[in-house]
Design a protein around this ligand. Structure first.
Ligand SMILES: Nc1ncnc2c1ncn2[C@@H]1O[C@H](COP(=O)(O)OP(=O)(O)OP(=O)(O)O)[C@@H](O)[C@H]1O
Length: 366
């Protein structure tokens, strides 16, 4: 070990069940792996993070970091014998939690904030300060060492908080939307910093940002209503999502149903023709995914190209999206230029036909 993260990363295994919150989640993070937890508000992301950190006690479950048991409350698949109840307190877990706000200790200088972890695991004052200096250097905040937390900006405070979290040499780093409170420009810098320092750090990251998943995570786990609904490499989930939230995160239109005679049939009876990749078996549960930019909006069914997928829809909302407008409807979303929206006279309540070529729709098993 050298004033940094542990030389040999270790992995995490968690199973937890909370009745009050209706959260039942199993999660495995390999040694050195960085996993992003995604999901809508209230889907259970913070519950998972705070349970691992030891701030929330679930009803049942078990978690271990390498050989170290964080808690074992029984009632899980591992619980083959009546298990001994284990609840390791937060400070003895080897985890560091970094939240949206830096939450530095206000009465300590920046360097002593960063040296706090090493001090509390037995390092002497000068050794702790040396480790803290190395970390402040690594996060580009060496010149802040002697300041008080109220003398640094939000972005600087978050850099210091990252240094403090990592100087404690955590076996597991827990990040709860660490960039959400920062200005866009500062978030870009701190994201770069995180991607540099997290390379081999076992990490669980809660985020709502696609860029965080792309740059900071090896794998993505999607929660909906307290359950894991999909998991895969970041690239897999962004290109072939299998959950509604995964598709929303990737900015894609999404429908679920069963594969039936060459098309997806949804529970509402809508049929979507597409390209099977690979083609699902007849009657298999499947999803259809396509880009909003592939959707054509018109006042009536186009006669020239006769697309197989043409559906009546009502516009619900218009939203700016880069240099386009995203047209939300009661069915799918479409990206149009402002000129096209003006020409068609589109506004919430307008009734339109949405069409998309079958070659633009990917259908695969759910
Ligand atoms: N203190 C609490 N007591 C009881 N139930 C709670 C408490 N906090 C959250 N819940 C419930 O637990 C479930 C999971 O919430 P949680 O905060 O973990 O979701 P989340 O995915 O982190 O949401 P967000 O993105 O809004 O932070 C929700 O149904 C929520 O209403």
């Amino acid at each position: 070990m050298s004033g940094g993260t542990r030389d040999t990363p270790i992995g995490l295994q968690v199973e937890l069940e909370s009745d009050e919150r209706d959260v039942r989640v199993g999660l495995e993070v390999a040694a050195g792996e960085r996993v992003a937890l995604l999901g809508p508000n209230g889907s259970g992301k913070s519950t998972v993070l705070n349970t691992i950190a030891g701030l929330i006690r679930p009803d049942r479950g078990r978690a271990s970091l390498g050989e170290k048991v964080l808690f074992d409350l029984g009632g899980t698949a591992h619980d083959r014998q009546a298990s001994r109840r284990v609840w390791r307190p937060p400070y003895a877990r080897g985890t560091s939690l970094l939240a949206q706000e830096a939450l530095l200790f206000p009465h300590l200088s920046v360097i002593d904030n960063v040296g706090f972890g090493p001090r509390s695991t037995g390092a002497g004052r000068s050794e702790a300060r040396a480790t803290a200096r190395q970390w402040l250097d690594r996060v580009g905040a060496a010149e802040l060492a002697d300041r008080r937390p109220d003398q640094v900006s939000g972005g600087q405070a978050q850099r210091v908080a990252i240094a403090r979290a990592l100087a404690a040499q955590p076996d597991l780093l827990l990040l709860d939307e660490p960039l959400a409170a920062l200005d866009v420009a500062v978030a870009v810098e701190v994201r770069q910093l995180l991607s540099r320092v997290l390379a081999t750090q076992t990490t669980v990251l809660v985020t709502h940002e696609v860029l965080d998943a792309l740059l900071l995570a090896d794998r993505v786990v999607v929660l909906e209503q307290g359950r894991v609904v999909e998991s895969g490499t970041t690239a897999e989930v962004l290109t072939r999502p299998r959950s509604r939230f995964g598709a929303q995160f990737a900015g894609l239109n999404f429908a679920t149903g069963v594969f039936d005679d060459g098309a997806l049939r949804t529970a509402e009876g809508v049929r979507l023709w597409g390209t099977g990749s690979p083609v699902p078996a007849q009657s298999q549960r499947a999803v259809a995914v396509f880009r909003p930019s592939a959707v054509i909006v018109s006042a009536s069914v186009p006669t020239d190209s006769s697309p197989r997928n043409a559906h009546p829809a009502t516009i619900t909302e218009l939203e700016p999206m880069g240099d386009l407008l995203r047209v939300h409807t009661d069915r799918f979303a479409a990206d149009l230029t402002a000129a096209a929206v003006a020409e068609l006279g589109l506004r919430p309540g307008s009734e339109v036909i949405l069409s998309v070529k079958a070659s633009e729709v990917a259908i695969y098993s759910a």
